[in-house]
Unconditional design. Sequence first.
Length: 266
Amino acid sequence: MAQPLPTYFISHGGGPWPWLPDRRAMFAPLEASLAAMPSELAERPRAILMISGHWEADSYRVMAAPNPPMVYDYYNFPPHTYEVTYPAPGAPDLARRAAELIRAAGLPSELDTTQGFDHGTFAPLAIMYPDADMPVFQVSLRHGYDPAEHMALGRALAPLREEGVLIVGSGLSYHNLRLMGPEAREPSEAFDGWLNHALTQPPETRTDLILNWEQAPHARTCHAEEDHFAPLFVALGAAEQAETTQVYHQKEVFGGMTASGFRFDG
């Protein structure tokens, strides 16, 4: 590969939104950003490694199934959304390589041959690669969401960028299901402004700001638990010296939320 692939931190939207016409219309800017991702890459990836806010474990588990099943980890949606399939192949060989890299960095890692694609993976991929012809595997978050450790996970996985693997952190820059609508406007705008400022700083400053993200305005209002923010730590750690480009920005989502997505390239 001529140059390392970029990494991304994306919003994966709300539940099974690509299969819900009203939500798909609301997320039109998100859909456009996801659909554009393949054309932003200099080469077609060998595989996609997704770190989703919907899979965490005691160690960094690596999906190793050759044909991962589906995980419908959402509730109270129409019946047809529990019949959605995304039949992308897994990547067992790359999973073993990833697990080795993680262990070599001194972090606990195990292969998992039963885990399937959660909606943080299959919903955005249904837009990015609708033919489901790209090998896909996942690495879990670890309980506790320690920023420094998840940044170290990203550093450990960084060599995969030169081996044709596209690393994508899939979460949301604002995730508080109890504070949506107009009440989300002020905290999400303030946090989003801080995040965009932090990610455009020089690498050393940027890393320090993200590691100390709880000092950001409304940090714990926007992320009472950082399961949907922690994928950013991994994506940034895997491209720590890269430049930041905002690839998605949307206001008034669900009537008040502001959200952004980013590419780390170079």
